[in-house]
Design a protein around this ligand. Structure first.
Ligand SMILES: Nc1ncnc2c1ncn2[C@@H]1O[C@H](COP(=O)(O)OP(=O)(O)OP(=O)(O)O)[C@@H](O)[C@H]1O
Ligand SMILES: [Mg+2]
Length: 408
């Protein structure tokens, strides 16, 4: 199939050997056409023995969405591997890469779906199934939980209409959940994102459905002219497959790796944001902060490379009481005490003890203020009480254990 970057052809991707794939850049392409900061233009092909190269695997649906697509399309293709899946969702993806058949032109025409309708309507299983069915083939987005990409231009008042005729790509991500397995997951993520926002981290606009069964997030890779920015997650930067997303450490696989690929006058600021985000994950007891839940963004492959905005924050320990870190810190996946986070900050961003104390205090204040909002929401939404109260417990434990210095 053809691989496109920023609306131009970049190269060809094909199956290779028994189970692998190969990618070849188009002769004479510009360096800026490259598909990843990890894969510069070159004459020889880029090959892998197994599956797809990380940048091409990055947005493949996992979990429920993948299963839905397999059921719908496996009959037609006979088999169903990653290349088949990319052939289906490749025309509408997170980030700046698109895929089409080798004789096709780009055609990113995602159906319109009112975001307000999703947020306001009390949902029965019917709407959930309908949305998943309708949008799954244009949802090139990773993750285990069911989610779709939708287009609602009207919900983006800051957008110009100039290019709307040629750019009809998705504008929002709608996240649903397996209600029996993870009750109240949408509200859980909603309040965790609130904490991040109060820590002055960069969080895209997000809204919780009235019935709390869906979370709608604006795409942070969408530019005002409706083209898309480059986005790469840390599986790609670490040359790992998706099934290796829980491998690595926060020190090397996240912080050092970011410093290796970041390029901008704001490096110091971004490193502090990344450190703060790791602190937030620990304090909120999010055991799912794996390699795919951090990313970089860029407008031009050879220009500034910045830390991606925050996404996918959840207090997972309310569902898995024995949950722990997704990656190691200081050689262990145990929730860190404040002094371990202090060491991380001192060694990875060169911050002074006073600066680190200030960051930890900022996170505590944010948790404290958001806890008030959680209490108010519990008051008005009794169905959230069980999970909400467990979240408050986990946050209190996290704030004491991971944010409070022994000497403070
Ligand atoms: N606001 C956003 N804009 C653009 N891309 C996003 C945004 N939020 C998330 N993504 C992309 O979508 C992917 C899936 O989203 P998310 O991590 O929230 O889902 P998830 O199913 O909860 O993931 P997991 O499998 O880690 O539990 C992310 O890894 C990232 O690549
Ligand atoms: Mg995720």
């Amino acid at each position: 199939m053809k691989v496109w970057t920023d609306d131009a052809e970049a190269g060809l991707l094909d199956r290779f050997g028994n189970r692998g794939s190969t990618f070849l850049y188009l002769a004479g392409s510009l360096a800026a056409r490259a598909v990843s900061v990890t894969m510069p233009l070159r004459l020889p092909s880029w090959n892998t023995e197994f599956g797809l190269l990380p940048i091409f695997e990055m947005n493949l649906p996992e979990g429920v969405l993948r299963e839905r697509l397999r059921l719908a399309f496996a009959k037609a293709t006979g088999t169903f591997d990653d290349v088949d899946l990319l052939g289906i969702v490749g025309r509408s993806q997170v980030g700046r890469i698109r895929y089409t058949g080798d004789t096709e032109q780009l055609d990113e025409d995602v159906p319109f779906q009112s975001v307000d309708e999703i947020l306001a309507r009390r949902r029965d299983d019917g709407l959930f199934r309908h949305l998943l069915e309708k949008f799954a083939p244009s949802s090139g987005i990773s993750g285990v939980q069911p989610k779709i990409l939708v287009r609602d231009d009207s919900a983006l008042p800051r957008m110009t209409d100039r290019l709307s005729e040629s750019h009809r790509g998705a504008t929002h991500i709608v996240k649903f959940w397996e209600q029996n397995e993870y009750p109240q997951l949408a509200a859980n993520e909603y309040f965790c994102l609130k904490v991040a926002e109060k820590c002055r981290l960069d969080v895209p606009p997000f809204r919780l459905a009235e019935d709390a069964l869906a979370l709608v997030v604006d795409r942070f890779d969408l530019r005002p002219d409706r083209t898309y920015r480059g986005f790469e997650d840390f599986c790609v930067l670490n040359a790992r497959r998706t099934d290796q997303k829980y491998r690595g450490s926060y020190e090397t696989s996240i912080m050092k790796r970011f410093a290796q690929f970041a390029r901008s006058p704001h490096l110091g600021e971004d490193l502090e944001r990344l450190f703060t985000l790791i602190v937030v994950n620990c304090a909120l007891r999010n055991g799912d902060a794996h390699l795919k839940n951090f990313g970089i963004v860029y407008d031009h492959l050879e220009g500034d490379v910045r830390l991606a905005p925050v996404y996918d924050l959840v207090t997972t320990s309310v569902y898995l009481p024995n949950d722990s870190l997704a990656l190691t810190l200081n050689g262990t996946t145990k929730w860190p005490a404040a002094n371990a986070l202090q060491r991380l900050g001192e060694t990875q961003i060169g911050a002074s003890p006073a600066q680190i104390r200030e960051i930890l205090q900022r996170v505590r204040d944010a948790i404290w203020a958001t806890a008030e909002e959680v209490r108010a929401y519990i008051h008005d939404h009794p169905a959230f009480a069980a999970i909400g109260n467990r979240m408050l417990q986990q946050w209190a434990e996290g704030a004491t254990h991971s944010l409070q210095m022994a000497s403070a």
